[in-house]
Ligand binder design. Structure first.
Ligand code: GSH
Length: 240
């Protein structure tokens, strides 16, 4: 039986507007696992978030548990020869990407400018009938803004938020340095996570100082191109 990946309908010429959806789909492609995709919305998921997968009748939610499951069930060709120290660095980097830089992206989309909000709204809710779409978007916007505030990012002003985001990008750029992938010459699961967040930061139509800053980091920008041509060649032209 084939793995089913549940995620948002693709938009913006990038693999997905959901950073964690890109992460899991990239991981599936990196490990050559066969899968099919079903477009859906977060509320349908077992934990009210995307992505989730279904495999052999079992539903698994959260990209971290999904990847753990896939490693256990289908082997771990990407990370199995890494040292304990390398694994420690990967976990720390993953947390920087997924638990910090991610929220700056969320602020940028849902709160920073009305233009970004309209673009975001269209991508997420555009497939719904008009009145329902507007109500769902309004309700969801309040929920997400509360999340951004609850996490803490939403308590700062935009200059402060982007200042913190730039430190993340400096860190990622310095750590990547001249390597093709974050842990060296070969892709690892950290690249699935990094690509999910970075492609959503520097490509696509969401404009912000953090996008400009990411684009000014040549190694991060060419990293996105490299990952795109390695794992999503069918989309390569759309993002140039
Ligand atoms: N820790 C989760 C995060 C998943 C997540 O935040 N997904 C977003 C879309 S990419 C979502 O479904 N948000 C909807 C919500 O928070 O209501 C993971 O690694 O999968």
């Amino acid at each position: 039986m084939m793995i089913t990946l549940y995620q948002f309908t693709p938009a913006w010429g990038i693999p997905n507007l959901g950073q964690f959806n890109v992460k899991v789909e990239t991981y599936l492609r990196m490990t050559n696992l066969s899968y099919k995709v079903i477009d859906t919305m977060p509320l349908k998921g077992p934990k009210g978030k995307l992505p989730y997968i279904e495999d052999n009748g079992q539903k698994i939610s959260d990209s971290r548990f999904i990847i753990e499951y896939l490693k256990q069930k289908y082997g771990d060709p990407l990370d199995n020869d890494l040292s304990t120290e390398q694994r420690a660095i990967m976990t720390a980097m993953q947390r920087l990407l997924e638990e910090h830089l991610y929220w700056i992206g969320m602020y940028t989309r849902w709160q920073y400018t009305n233009t970004n909000w309209q673009v975001n709204k269209q991508a997420i809710f555009g497939g719904m009938p008009p009145v329902i779409r507007d109500i769902a978007a309004m309700v969801y916007k309040r929920i997400i803004r509360k999340q951004i505030y609850g996490q803490g990012t939403g308590r700062h002003n935009s200059d402060e938020i982007f200042h913190l985001g730039k430190i993340d990008l400096d860190t990622l750029s310095a750590f990547l340095a001249k390597k093709p992938y974050f842990m060296g010459d070969k892709p690892t699961s950290l690249d699935a996570s990094a690509f999910g967040i970075l492609i959503n930061t520097v490509r696509g139509p969401i404009e912000s100082p953090i996008k400009d800053y990411g684009l000014s980091k040549n190694n991060l920008s060419s990293y996105c191109d490299r990952m795109m041509s390695d794992f999503f060649p069918e989309l390569e032209d759309a993002t140039q």
